[in-house]
Design a protein around this ligand. Sequence first.
Ligand SMILES: [Ca+2]
Ligand SMILES: [Ca+2]
Length: 311
Amino acid sequence: MRKKYWMALILPFCLGTIVFATITQRQDIGNSNNIESVNGWVDGWAALLEMNEFPEAGWNDLPVNFINSERMKASLLSLGWKTDHILEIRDDLNIQAVQEALEWLCNNTDSGDIALFYIFTHGMWMSHVLHWNDWFPAKWKSLDTSKKVLIIDTCHAEEFINQVRDDESSHISVACCSADEIAWAGVEEEGLPIIGSVWNYYFTEALSNSSADHDGNGIVSVEEAFNFSTPLVQKYMNEKVFTVPEFLQQYHDLGIYPENFTEYPHPVMDDGYTDQLIIPEFPFSIILPIFIVITSAMLVVDKRARAKLCV
Ligand SMILES: [Ca+2]
Ligand SMILES: [Ca+2]
């Protein structure tokens, strides 16, 4: 048999085997983490909120061009999440806007789905304007899924996850720093390598970094990404930020002396989820079209080869 015939038969077979093996592997991982859904895969829904511009009176802008929610979105998309499952709210974060985003998440999330809520703003905006702890924790606890991921990327972030620690349904909450700590977001004019939230940079990077896969099961869980990124955040802050007297002084002006700690800051994870929470979705929507295109191309090659033989 001619070489082209072999190619036409073998390549689709190999690709089919890869797809089947991937499906099987994902199902095994899913079963081991008690993930349930009607079609065997979990759906993810995410609300990403970021505020860069603030009222002039008493507030500093955080001019990072929404790079934090962009990074989070890019990370989720790379893990196979669907674009129309991600809601982005930029600026003008008042109580109503945040409530509507949370409502959107509640309305879309089925009991087997992942619900991810991310917010980047000032910590003072969370407490003084959004009055976060007055209403958000109760609403978050009522969200009907066992896979809730709350990510707070603000100063004093732990303060805004503490009141969901007693959520009886399983959940994971992550805070970029402790309740009495200040978070750092780099802006371009400072000339440091990382623009935007340093914590966000390392956490989103870890989600798709195989080095973060501590248990070696081929998937980076939320817990693994958190644990992998924390020392990197502390190293960056220690080596890049606190070594610049002007930046260190900004902390001193707030009564905080990072040099008194071995590491700073101290991101916090409230891991109320048994096992590892994995958030990648199977990118079947990407692999299937590739498989069809390549198979079709092989059939065309095969057809042309036959046509030549018939001449
Ligand atoms: Ca893993
Ligand atoms: Ca866990």
